[in-house]
Each structure stands twice: as C-alpha cells, then as structure tokens.
Design a protein around this ligand. Structure first.
Ligand code: PDD
Length: 280
C-alpha cells in the first residue's frame, strides 16, 4: 500500500480521508503540523519531531493529545505504507465546531496524517547550488510554533518561482535574515557557520539542530547569532536546512554571487555528514 492517510484512529486511502467543513484548521488555520522523513525505512528524529509538535500544541493551548497515540499512529502508518523514503505529514486541529472565534467547549482535536514518497531534489540543484531572493518577513510573531498558517510562506515561495529561483528568504524590516519558506538558513563567514538564534521569529528546525550538532562533531566553528543581508551577500557559503531540503547550497541571492558561486566545502561536508547520520 504505497500512499495512505490516518484520520482520527482510522487508516484509509488519502482520497477517502475527508475533514468536516467546520474544522477549525480549515476555517481559522487553528491547527499545528509536523513533517517527518524516513531514510531507508527508518524515521529520522521522530522523537524530536514529536517534542516540537507537543510544544506547538501547548503554544496554542490545545487540550492534551497523547504522545503515545501519535507515536503509535505514525509507526503504524509507516509500517503499513512500506515506503522507504517517506514523508509523513501530521496535522492536528483544535476540533470541529460551528464557526466562532473563541475556543469552543467540548471539542476534540482532529488528527490527520498522510504518508507519501518524498520527491528528491534534482541532483543538479545539489551539485550546482540554488538561487534565492529575499522577501520582507510579513509573518506573525510566533513563527517558532509550527502552525498551518502558511500563506506568507506560500506567497513568498511563489514569488521566488516567478522570479525563476528556488526559494525566498524572509528578512525583517531591519534587514535581519530569518529563514526560508520551509527551511532554516546558515551562512559561512570566516569559516564560522552562522545561523539565526532560536527566537519566536523562526522555526526551531530539527535539521538545523542536527547540523549544529554535526558542526561540533566535525570541529567546524558554529555560532547562533543574528546577521543581516549584507553579511548574507558577502558570505563565503550559504545553505538551507530542512527535512526535505536537507542541506542545500545557495549560490546566488538577489543576484549577488555567494563566494565564487560554487558549492562550498563546508556545505558539502555537512550535507554528506547529514546523509551519513541518516544511515547510521
Ligand atoms: N518545513 N522553517 C520553516 C518555516 C519550515 O516550514 C521548516 C520545515 C523549517 C525546517 O524545519 P525542519 O528541519 O524541522 O524540517 C524551517 C516543513 C518541512 C514543511 O513545511 O513541510
């Protein structure tokens, strides 16, 4: 069974999994999500994704959702689908209730999941690096919570595609570089890997965390601090990190060449180390 859905305890084909129109995720974006990948039939950092899901649920004051139920559902879905390189999408909404902004009483969180094969990024993109543009960060003040309110991300991604580049990087009105539309961003300056610190303005990416850990393991200096667009344009290397993106080199931003416009050695080392960890 290749692709499958989970809907509040039931496993069924994706096109048979339907959500009521008064689901608050649908009407208010009142829902949180996770996206977990597998490599060679093993889920990558499942517990860390469940930890972050729990923080998102608590951040929106959802009633408790059993971690055990979630873990079991994810593992069963994964087992049933038998997809080696799978992407599991989990979404939990506050519940179904007649439209009213205030939290409704007596509703239950709605849990839905899908499992599909991950479409790998084109090898040329990894080999030659990608181009990106910057866009003003118009998102809300709690980007550390993984909610389904992704319209600014959707619009920014589309703007990037319309400009003929791979992705857009959110930048604050003061020029602070935040993150990509579905990834975190790192630069390399004077041999140091620099990435935005964990604040409510970015998602605490699991891949970001793994990459920081890999830097320490490989004795690559790493620093979590703010940097602005001038540092980005003048960096030696830049790369995105994310569950699907993995470690993806960026070689041009807003038309500025990063380094010598080639994929840099630190980016390559970290990509290889990440892949290594996925089979370890
Ligand atoms: N997105 N920042 C944003 C805004 C994201 O949406 C994501 C992930 C990340 C990277 O997080 P992680 O390393 O845990 O995947 C950073 C997922 C993949 C998505 O929206 O599908």
């Amino acid at each position: 069974m290749p692709e499958l859905a989970y809907l509040n305890g039931e496993f069924l084909p994706i096109d048979k999994a339907l959500v009521p129109i008064e689901d608050r995720g649908y009407q208010f974006g009142d829902a949180v999500y996770e996206f977990i990948a597998s490599y060679n039939g093993r889920l990558f950092y499942l517990e860390e994704h469940l930890d972050r899901l729990d923080r998102s649920l608590k951040g929106l004051s959802f009633p408790p959702v059993s971690r055990e139920t979630l873990r079991k559902a994810v593992l069963t879905l994964f087992e049933k689908a038998e997809i080696q390189r799978a992407g599991i999408y989990i979404q939990i909404s506050r519940g179904v209730s007649p439209r009213n902004h205030a939290f409704p009483d007596g509703v239950h969180p709605q849990i839905v999941m899908t499992i599909r094969e991950i479409e790998e990024k084109p090898p040329e993109l990894r080999k030659n690096g990608a181009a990106a543009i910057t866009v003003e960060d118009i998102r809300w003040g709690r980007c550390d919570l993984k909610t389904v309110q992704l319209l600014p991300n959707v619009l920014a991604k589309q703007k990037a595609l319309a400009a003929g580049v791979f992705d857009a990087i959110f930048v604050s009105p003061e020029g602070v570089v935040r993150e990509g539309t579905s990834s975190n961003i790192c630069i390399v300056a004077d041999g140091v890997v620099i990435t935005h610190p964990l604040t409510p303005q970015i998602l605490p990416g699991i891949t970001r965390m793994v990459v920081i850990d890999l830097c320490r393991e490989l004795n690559i200096p790493v620093s979590e601090r703010f940097f602005k667009t001038d540092a980005l344009y003048g960096s030696e290397e830049a790369f995105l990190t994310g569950t699907v993106t993995e470690v993806l080199p960026i070689v041009t931003i807003d038309g500025h060449r990063i380094g010598d416009s080639q994929v840099g050695p630190v980016t390559t080392r970290l990509f290889e180390a990440l892949r290594q960890r996925s089979v370890a």
